[in-house]
Design a binder for this molecule. Structure first.
Ligand SMILES: Cc1cc2nc3c(=O)[nH]c(=O)nc-3n(C[C@H](O)[C@H](O)[C@H](O)COP(=O)(O)O)c2cc1C
Length: 371
């Protein structure tokens, strides 16, 4: 967003509405710590089950749709399912991103279970991205000591601003991607391809922003007021979009879906993207063996394993998916970079000075589990 526009508009709104209105407005946005997990549940969870599922749900997902459901087969025996009502049919018509997000959920689940002393036995059930039942999982208590630092899962977040402009050190790229480096391509800011991907990203965003159906789909997932954010506990809030101060206040209190469709909102969105791509440590591309559902789950897990290791290195990652969502740009990306395997993630990567805490909301476990 253009700060000046919002500050002017917010100032005018305060003057018109009066300072009394300001004090009863959504002055601050709702963040994760404002939401309490309900204690009651009709599932009858055994020890650790709910905690493992909650930690799994801290996985990232496109537009924060949280497209997972879990069928409770019995104690420590679940089926991870695909929630059709959370798909993004316009920008993700084949549910590629849905499955990648569920892959990240499965990786969190595996690490959380391990920290609480369980090993997971997985069985792939799905043969297509649209199948409801994706993966069966059985948890078995282990004798050995917990082996994963859960704080990595709790503190992970997508960071979009405050990047330092400078490439990532070779050591850090090596530590993050090995032993799976075959799937990664790091494009440092000194390389020619860096500027080219910047331009492609801006252009793909322009195409998508001018696509009314895609913009309307985005509007459906923006949680404007705190009331809406608290009742749904998903989607994009002003805090997850990193719109703070007066501009954030203005959006929480005066914005609606119709305004997301306005020309000025679209133009400001592109300006923000341009500023973001011009400040980073380069691009990290993640590809997969093929486009099968199994490979997408594996890639979502691989993506999450990297995300969980970046915070302690003061590295941030921002998925920018539009070059993959718009066919023309995806084909050009492969052809120009000479990458034969399907690219599944285009990640803006960079060092940050300050690492903010997580803010995106999550639905409670009771909302995504069923018997
Ligand atoms: C498959 C996938 C695609 C995503 N694409 C984008 C994107 O294009 N732009 C963006 O700003 N964030 C993108 N994200 C990040 C999500 O918006 C973010 O994970 C979600 O809002 C939850 O926030 P958190 O990661 O801080 O928990 C993507 C995440 C996933 C898993």
């Amino acid at each position: 967003m253009k700060r000046r526009f919002f500050i002017k508009a917010a100032g005018a709104a305060i003057l018109t509405a009066g300072t009394a209105t300001y004090f009863v407005s959504d002055k601050k946005g709702i963040v994760r710590t404002d939401v309490e997990e309900p204690i009651t549940s009709n599932i009858g969870f055994r020890p650790d089950e709910k905690k493992i599922l909650y930690l799994a749900s801290l996985a990232p997902s496109g537009h924060n749709t949280q497209p997972w459901l879990v069928r409770y087969v019995g104690p420590y025996h679940w089926v991870i399912c695909n929630d059709k009502t959370k798909w993004l049919p316009v920008v993700d018509p084949n549910q590629r991103e849905t499955i990648l997000s569920i892959g990240a959920f499965i990786q969190n689940l595996e690490f959380s279970a391990s920290q609480l002393g369980y090993s997971c036995q997985f069985r792939m059930l799905a043969s297509s991205n649209q199948d409801k039942e994706l993966m069966e999982v059985l948890l078995r208590k282990q004798e050995r000591q917990p082996s994963y630092d859960i704080q990595k899962i709790v503190l992970r977040r997508t960071v979009k601003s405050g990047y330092i402009h400078g490439s990532i050190s070779k050591e850090h790229i090596h530590e993050l991607t090995s032993p799976e480096s075959d799937w990664f391509n790091y494009i440092p800011i000194e390389s020619k391809a860096y500027e080219w991907i910047n331009e492609q990203t801006i252009e793909a965003n322009k195409v998508q922003t001018n696509h009314d159906e895609a913009q309307a789909e985005l509007a459906e997932w923006i949680r404007f007021s705190n009331k809406e954010a608290l009742s749904k506990c998903d989607g994009l809030t002003t805090d997850t979009m990193e719109i703070d101060g007066l501009p954030g206040w203005f959006i929480r209190n005066f914005y609606n879906k119709k305004l997301v469709m306005s020309k000025s909102f679209r133009v400001q969105g592109i300006d923000k993207i341009r500023a973001q791509v011009n400040r980073s440590g380069g691009w990290l591309l993640l590809s997969s063996k093929d486009n099968s559902t199994e490979s997408l789950i594996e890639t979502g897990k691989r993506f999450q394993r990297v995300l969980l290791e970046i915070r302690q290195k003061n590295i941030a990652i921002h998925p920018m998916t539009q070059t993959l969502e718009e066919d023309k740009y995806r084909v050009e990306l492969h052809n120009t970079l000479g990458i034969l395997n399907p690219i599944q993630f285009v990640l803006r990567i960079g060092y940050v000075e300050k690492y903010p805490g997580p803010v995106s909301l999550r639905r409670s476990v009771d909302k995504f589990i069923f018997k």
